[in-house]
Ligand binder design. Sequence first.
Ligand SMILES: [Zn+2]
Length: 406
Amino acid sequence: MNWKISGGRLWDGETSQTTAQTVDLYVASGEIAGIGAPPGGGPWQEIELPAGSAVMPGLIDAHVHLDLDPTLMAPDAQFVPTRQDRDLRMVARARAMVRAGITTARDLGGGEWRELALRDAIAAGQIPGPRLLCAGQPVTVPKGHCHFWGGVAKDAAAQARVIERQIEQGVDWVKVMATGGVFTKGSAVDRAQFDQHEITAMVTQASAHGRSVAAHCHGVQGIRFAAQAGVRTVEHCSFAGPAGFGSAFDPAAVRELAHSGTWVSPTVNEGWSRRIEKDGRETDFHLRMRAVFGALREAGVPLIASTDAGIPGVHHHRLAYALPAFAHYVGWSPLEVLQSATRDAARALELDDQVGVLKPGAAADLMVVSKDPLKDLSVLESPQLVIAAGRLVHQTFSERSAWVQS
Ligand SMILES: [Zn+2]
């Protein structure tokens, strides 16, 4: 379908302002064909937007788990529903995400590569959903974080076999559990699961197959090993110690992250906004995590938006609700947090110039909101229109459209 979207002001993912005037945007063959002047071709089906609307790039969530049901509290419960039931729910989650304006997401782990099949069905246009990048089974240690997904390896040879298996299944990324995690009983968040040599070998192997590595890291030792090994993204980066998130903060590790050019995807979900105060007092969690993110920002470590959707209570389509919390903890303006969820996330995920920006030749992944998003992030919560890979997947206003030649 060829679209001409008219009547909206434009924020392209890069510039510091939304255009003062309305700008026409043309979509053809799944791409942005032109902005402003008609690109030739056509005819175009025109969608005239309600007054005051703004057009912006679709959002990117850099860390989700499509196969996880966020209403289930224990990992074991995930495997109880039938396969068919789980498939249907996963499809529903993908649809809810894209209708909420999330047009790209990176899936950082599942046990059966089912999210890869979903990725392919979405890409083929069979199911509405975000463009997905998938990591399959994360590499972990016996009884380690998310061992129930099957990526367990007890030594370097076994680690190599786990990665080999993911490549054969067609993953886009490799995920390594560099430390223990919160939701796996018996694994310790502050302890490294692999030594330096092992993580470096895994990054080298992934890279030989053209894959980048995302490392799950809470404790400082895992963060340092991952940065040193050259992983592309560090997930969480919570500096978790025995006293919780942010209690083992280490400025040297921040310098190493900055030096290695590692992206950090800190998985801030909307629940973080409820952890700022308790009984009228600022929480320790809030003080510590503001210090962690402030230090990362000051050191120039690039941060991208992510939620870890799928873990208990974190719903897949709620990235828009998490972004104000993310901005608050990092100390960012609306512009900065929006860039972290569009242009910057695209760069971290090696999709630069394809998604996260609106420019001719980029994918037609866009959303329309009722007002300038740089002035009010809450408009992201209810997009008026979403186009993903050139397909109209969501529209709230009644269409006034006509076929036009230019
Ligand atoms: Zn995760």
